[in-house]
Design a protein around this ligand. Structure first.
Ligand code: SF4
Length: 510
């Protein structure tokens, strides 16, 4: 009988991974049971064994820009073996024709796969897939719960659950607001809680709330809606906000050893009631897109709603005052950056009590406003690398791919790359990491903190910025080693009898 395979492509396999790629387990649920359980392959753990693909199987490959090239390679290989090749994910949504040309796709799913996926599988297995399926943006009550029973044992440190899709902002380097939309689509509280309880039963204590923006309604949005003569928008926003609080109240009822982490705009710090509710809900960490520490840098990325300078420090510290640890994300290579920006950014990250930080290079990703502007200019120049136009940089072999694409008014690209590398080196130096590890109490927890900081740095900094392939390989080996050492720290004792708050656990007879 033909089987369904779901593949998350990656050129680097670490053996263990930090966060479960949620989409794999959601599409596994969406596949249904008619064709048996799908076979899930996450190449961040280990590479696909091509011999497992039989003629007539259906292979779903999910791609974003970063792993599109590896995804296309898999598509070509599995098609040679006579399987049905289907691409989905944000990159395939943007470039369905490219998935056909480079990945030999029989079909491409655009948008959300939750509802449409089972039809795609059925059409493939009856030999008549459409070239394109429009999955669209499904409503919050149609988001699928994931098939967590298919997870391999002990390979992931964090599980992931989604509570809201879409973000009302419009940052120039981000494609989320264009692909997932600006209208937040919230998932019912009961369904979110049910999934989290299922994960805790399995032994997961650390759960990422994999949302585009956990704070989708700001005070500014409410004030603007209040000024409208028609009150319907205000009601909608108030309902969205009330649902966030209802979700957090339910999370607060779950076992105390759970730890949640989410992504949020720094505006949440304006709202002490929200921060207190987050803390009660055990949301102990948040990725905050700080992007730049200067007003000019924020203007560069259309993120005027962020603060800069001392006000920024105060705002970020508000999270820490509420015992919420911030992973601050910064972009280097903005037109207004200077040679002083690197040190100034690290100094601010330290002053603002950030627990973790990431420093990324400005990259024009498809689907963003930045990409459109850059690609329009770049087309005129017509530069090629290995015969591939720079405007399709994701198709260039990884070791030949430039690390930066936009000429800078005052710095060379190499200066920006080295400045970024130095920022990682300084923020994650042994001394600084050990000092920051004071956020936890016991020596064991401090050692865990140090290992996790180093792991984060090895996985994301050295493999992403380095141009030297020996360094990349060494980092991957280190990350694998630390990953194995760390993973046990994250797992809890399974709680198979954990009840859903407000519900009685069904009796089992065995
Ligand atoms: S960067 Fe964050 S805040 Fe900006 S549009 Fe993307 S998800 Fe929204």
């Amino acid at each position: 009988m033909s089987r369904v395979h779901l593949v998350n492509p990656s050129t680097t396999s670490f053996g263990v991974a930090v966060i479960t790629p949620r989409w794999l387990y959601v599409l596994a649920a969406a596949t249904g049971s008619r064709w048996g359980d799908p076979r899930i392959v996450d190449e961040t753990l280990e590479a696909l064994d091509i011999s497992t693909i039989e003629p007539g199987d259906v292979v779903g490959i999910g791609i974003h820009t970063g792993n599109a090239r590896r995804g296309y390679e898999i598509g070509r290989e599995v098609r040679r073996r006579g399987a049905w090749v289907v691409f989905g994910g944000i990159h395939a949504t943007l470039f369905p024709d490219e998935a056909v040309e480079h990945g030999r796709a029989h079909a491409v799913v655009r948008g959300d796969g939750d509802v449409i996926w089972s039809r795609v599988v059925e059409d493939c297995l009856s030999g008549q897939p459409n070239a394109v399926y429009e999955g669209g943006r499904v409503a919050g009550d149609q988001f699928m719960s994931a098939r967590w029973d298919l997870l391999p044992n002990g390979r992931y440190m964090w599980a992931s659950v989604q509570t809201v899709r879409g973000c009302p902002k419009h940052c120039s380097f981000c494609s989320v607001w264009r692909t997932d939309g600006q209208e937040p689509r919230q998932r019912g509280v009961d369904r979110v809680i049910r999934e989290i309880v299922e994960l805790r039963r399995l032994g997961f204590r650390f759960i990422a709330l994999a949302d585009d923006n956990f704070y989708p309604v700001t005070f500014g949005d409410l004030a603007q809606a209040k000024r409208r003569a028609d009150g319907s928008r205000l009601h909608e926003l108030e309902a969205l906000r009330a649902e966030r609080f209802a979700l957090m109240a339910q999370l607060a009822e779950l076992p105390d050893d759970l730890v949640f982490y989410t992504q949020i705009t720094m505006e949440a710090a304006e709202d002490p009631a929200f921060l207190r509710a987050m803390r009660r809900a055990k949301i102990r960490g948040a990725l905050v897109g700080v992007e730049s520490v200067t007003a000019a840098g924020l203007k560069d990325v259309y993120k005027g709603f962020n603060l800069s300078g001392d006000e920024l420090v105060t705002r970020l510290r508000a999270f820490r005052r509420h015992d919420i640890h911030v992973l601050g994300s910064f972009i280097f290579g903005l037109p207004s950056d200077t040679k002083d920006t690197f040190n100034a950014t690290v100094a601010l990250a330290e002053r603002a009590d950030l627990t973790f930080a990431q420093f990324v290079l400005l990259t024009p990703f498809p689907g963003t406003v930045d990409f459109e502007k850059w690609a329009a200019d770049e087309k005129g120049r017509g530069r090629l690398v290995d015969g591939v136009p720079l405007t399709q940089h994701w198709l260039i072999p990884e070791d030949r791919r430039p690390r930066l694409y936009t000429a800078h008014p005052t710095m060379s690209l190499e200066e920006i790359r080295l400045g970024t590398q130095r920022a990682w080196d300084r923020f994650y130096s042994w001394r600084h990491v050990w000092t920051r590890s004071r956020v936890v109490e016991s020596i064991r927890a401090r050692i865990a903190f140090v290992l996790i900081s180093k792991l984060y740095r090895q996985m994301y900094a050295n493999t992403g910025i380095a141009t030297d392939s020996a360094r990349v390989q060494r980092s991957a080996r280190w990350a694998r080693w630390i990953g194995y050492a760390c993973r046990r720290l994250f797992l809890g004792k399974p709680m198979p009898d954990l009840a859903i708050p407000g519900e009685q656990l069904e009796p089992t007879f065995n």
